[in-house]
Design a protein around this ligand. Structure first.
Ligand code: GRF
Length: 217
C-alpha cells in the first residue's frame, strides 16, 4: 500500500523541501506527500508545497480553545487524504497523546541537536554556550514527550572555534536534509519501525541511535 505522508510545518520548510526532492518527486518510492499543514499562514513551507503541487492547508492553533480540538482538526484534514505517516518538519507545536496515538509508530520528528541534549529551542546557541565539542541532529519517533521519543539516527557536526549559532545551524541543517528523508524511506520500506516506544532497525531494537557516519547509505 502506498504510504501517504502528511507533513506538519511552521516555518521555512527546508526539511519539507528535502522530503519533496528525495521522496515525493521520485516515483520509484512507495510514498507520496498527500498533504502539508501549517499552523501559521506565513510559513514559506506552504509555498514549497504549492510549488510541488501538494495540497496544503493552514490550521491556526490560535483558532481553537485547546490543544485537543486543534489536534482533532489536524487529524480530520489528514484523514481526508488518508495520511498514514506523519512527519513533523519544523513544526513548532507540542502534540499531545491524543494525536500521537492516532498514528502509533508512524510519526517522525527531526530535531537540531544530539538528543537527549538540548531538547526544545535555540539548540545551536545552547551547544555553544555549553562549550560542547560537537553538535548535530536527530531523527526520532515522536511521542507525547517533547523531543523525547525513541531515537533512530543522528548526524554529528564538530563545533569550530569561530562558529556562531548561525554558522553551526547551517552545517547541521545540511545533515538534517540527509537523515530525515533517509528515515522516512526506511519507515516506508520497513527498515525501521517503532513498537511499545522502542525503535527497531532491520528487526533489532536500537539501544542507541545509529550514526550517519557509521552506516552505508
Ligand atoms: C530546522 O533546524 C529544524 O530542525 C527545526 O527548525 C529548523 C528549520 O526547519 N525544527 P525547516 O527549514 O522549517 O524545515
Amino acid at each position: 500500500m502506498k504510504n501517504k505522508i502528511g507533513v506538519l510545518v511552521s516555518g521555512g520548510g527546508t526539511n519539507l523541501q528535502s522530503i519533496i526532492d528525495q521522496i515525493h518527486n521520485k516515483n520509484n518510492h512507495d510514498a507520496i506527500i498527500s498533504c502539508v499543514i501549517s499552523n501559521t499562514p506565513s510559513a514559506y513551507a506552504l509555498e514549497r508545497a504549492q510549488q510541488a503541487g501538494i495540497p496544503n492547508h493552514v490550521i491556526e492553533h490560535t483558532n481553537y480553545p485547546d490543544r485537543a480540538s486543534f489536534e482533532q482538526a489536524l487529524i480530520e484534514v489528514f484523514d481526508q487524504y488518508e495520511v498514514n505517516l506523519v512527519c513533523l518538519a519544523g513544526f513548532m507545536r507540542v502534540l499531545e497523546d491524543g494525536f500521537i496515538q492516532n498514528y502509533p509508530g508512524r510519526i517522525l520528528n527531526i530535531h537540531p541537536s544530539l538528543l537527549p541534549h538540548f531538547r526544545g529551542l535555540h539548540t545551536h546557541q545552547r551547544a555553544l554556550d555549553h562549550q560542547h565539542k560537537e553538535h548535530g541532529c536527530s531523527v526520532h519517533f515522536a511521542t507525547a514527550e517533547l523531543d523525547g521519543g525513541p531515537l533512530v539516527i543522528q548526524a554529528h557536526e564538530p563545533i569550530l572555534a569561530n562558529d556562531d549559532a548561525q554558522s553551526l545551524a547551517q552545517r547541521v541543517l545540511k545533515k538534517e536534509h540527509i537523515i530525515y528523508p533517509l528515515c522516512i524511506q526506511w519507515l516506508c520500506d520497513g527498515t525501521i519501525k517503532c513498537e511499545n516506544e522502542v525503535a527497531y532497525y532491520q528487526g533489532q531494537a536500537l539501544t542507541q541511535p545509529l550514526r550517519l557516519d557509521e552506516i552505508s547509505t
